[in-house]
Design a protein around this ligand. Structure first.
Ligand code: BTN
Length: 258
């Protein structure tokens, strides 16, 4: 393991425990793992359920990069997680094809198998990242608004501590390849190689509403590009993305007919 692990039976949230540690001046790089979270947090103010046998973990990570490149961590962590799942599958002689959905969800057959919540801060003049991973190893929550799955549902059965060794190795490798932002173009290209093809149906819900179109790649800084029906390419830095069949469904659950 590249970083030490502290393990808890129960926490409110591993990201919140990392925040408390940072507030107390504990700035050593550490994995913080919990078997259960009472208030697990997802992106966009959602909650994240604790289901038995799943991995719930956050990496508290001081970095030497300039603050201006901290947002790269979103794609970096997604790519590392995607590669960790692919490597586990290959080692078990299975052929799961995980894919990245912007910015960092990992999907299998268009159903979400893992999510990441990145929270960064500057302490003194040091950048500190909290990268929280929720991986559906054994079970997936039933959600009204999105398809979900688990690795076990695809025949890949792993204990959290075993999957963590893959995640630790792939995250360390990807962060090192990033080189504090200098080699982000290579990360961006690998991310694209592990995502959906260009022109795949995509939709994004933003505070300004929902935009539907087709995937047009990422800009050089990792922001999402969507080609809308009038051919215009729009750029997004935030939002909740749906792909494929889910992209053709409107935010209130109706399927678009036009
Ligand atoms: C998402 O919405 O997709 C992000 C989910 C992130 C969940 C993980 S579980 C471990 C860590 N602690 C939290 O409270 N959230 C993250």
């Amino acid at each position: 393991m590249h970083w030490p692990v502290v393990a808890y039976g129960e926490l409110d949230s591993t990201n919140m425990e990392a925040q408390r540690r940072i507030a107390n001046g504990q700035l050593e790089a550490t994995w913080i793992r919990a078997e259960r979270q009472t208030t697990g947090r997802g992106r966009s103010g959602r909650s994240w359920q604790s289901l038995d046998g799943n991995l719930l973990i956050s990496l508290l990570l001081p970095l030497d990069c300039p603050p201006s490149v901290l947002h790269h961590l979103s794609l970096i962590s997604g790519l590392a997680l995607n590669n960790a799942i692919a490597a586990c599958s290959a080692d078990k002689r299975m052929s799961l094809s995980p894919r990245l959905k912007w910015p960092n969800d990992v999907l299998i057959d268009e159903a979400k198998v893992a999510g990441i919540l990145v929270e960064s801060s500057i302490v003194g003049n040091r950048a500190i990242a909290i990268i929280g991973f929720g991986v559906n190893l054994q079970a997936a929550p039933q959600l009204a608004d999105r398809n979900t799955t688990s690795l076990a549902a695809h025949g890949l059965t792993l204990r959290p501590e075993d999957f963590l060794t893959y995640l630790d190795a792939h995250l360390a490798k990807t962060i090192s390849a990033w080189d504090d932002g200098r080699d982000f173009p290579r990360i961006r290209q690998s991310w694209l190689n592990n995502s959906f093809p260009l022109d795949h149906p995509i939709a994004i819900n933003t505070t300004q509403g929902r935009v539907q179109g087709t995937f047009a790649g990422l800009d050089e800084d990792g922001a999402l590009l969507i080609r809308t029906s009038n051919g215009k390419i729009e750029l997004f830095h935030f939002g909740d993305v749906a792909v494929g069949g889910e992209a053709a469904t409107s935010a209130n659950g109706e399927t678009r007919t036009t």
